[in-house]
Design a protein around this ligand. Sequence first.
Ligand code: ADE
Ligand code: ZN
Length: 336
Amino acid sequence: MDDEPLRHLPKVELHVHLEGSFDSDRIAELAEEAGEQLPGDPQSILRPRNLSELLERLDWWCGLVRAPEQAFRQAYDFAARLGADGVAYAEVIVNPSHWRGLRREALLEAVSAGFDQAARDGHCDAWLLVSLLRSQSAGEALEVVEALAAQPPSRLVGLSIDGNEAETGPTGKRFAPAFALAGALGLGRTAHAGESSGPEGIISALDDLGVRRIDHGVRCVEDPELMGRLATEGVALNVCLTSNVELLYGSIDRHPLAALVDGGLAVTINTDDPVTLGVTLTSEFALAQQVCRWGMRGAIAATDTAIRASFAPASRVSELRKRLSEFAAEARSERT
Ligand code: ADE
Ligand code: ZN
C-alpha cells in the first residue's frame, strides 16, 4: 500500500516518549562520549523483549545523556523527525527518572529549548508532558509537580505517568495528590493504564488520577461495562499498535483496535517508542488502516479525535482542525 497520502495527513501525536527516540548510532556516540561500554551489540540493545526490559534500557541510554546540549539535540532531532513524517503537533512524554545523568530542571529546560528551536525552524510543534514512574513514592511524585509549579518549563502542557503496573500493582491512590495538584495548576493530565494493568488500572486512572485521556487503554475490551463508560464519557484512548504487538499481544491479529472503534470509543493512533520499535506515525496509521479497513476518512477522523483530546489552547485546536479540514477537502476532491 502507498503510505505517501498518510505522510501528508497533518497528524497529531499524543502518546510518544522522547526516551524511545534513540537510534543505535546515537546510543553508540553517547556511550563513547560518556566513556561507557555498550552492554551488548547495538541491535540487540534496541530490541527489548518485554516492558521491564524496555524500561531498563531506557534507564541505560537516557543515563548516557550528561550535558544539556545533548538533551537539546535529542529533542530537536526528535521534532525534526516527526516533522519530516508529517506530524504537525505532538505532546511528548519525558520521564526525568530515566535521565539520571542530568538534573531534572536542566533536562526539562534543554528539551523545551530544543522543541522551541525546532518549531522556529518549521519542524513539528512539540510540547512537553512530564511523566512520573509508577514505582516512585507519593512524596517523590508530589515533589516533581511542586517543582513544575515553582519553575514551569516553557513547553510544559501536562503531567503523565508511565511504567510497569504489572510489577508495582495498583498505585492510583499513591499518585492521587500529585495529579490533584497538577489539575489545580491547570495542567493537562494523562496516564498509562490498560496495558500492564487490566480494566481496573483504567478505572483507577479515571477515578483516582482524574484523567480524561488514557495512554494505551486497550485492555478495556476485557470489561464491556468499562467500554460503555469510556464511550459515554468520551475518554480518548491513545493506542500504539506495534508497541502493543511487541509488548502485549504478540500478534496484530489479537489486537482489539477494531473492537474499540466499533464500540464507539475515541481512539487515536500513536507510536509510543518509535525509534526503539522501528515505526513512524505514518506506518502506524497504515497498519491501523489494514486492521480496521478504514480509508483515509478513518485516519482523518482519528486525527480529529487527537486534536480534540490534545491539551493545546483553543486557538491552536482551531488552527489544527482548519488545517485538517483543508486536507480532507483536498483528499475528497482527489477521490472524485
Ligand atoms: N515507558 C515507555 N514506553 C512505555 C510503555 N509502553 N508502557 C509503560 N511505560 C513506558
Ligand atoms: Zn507509552
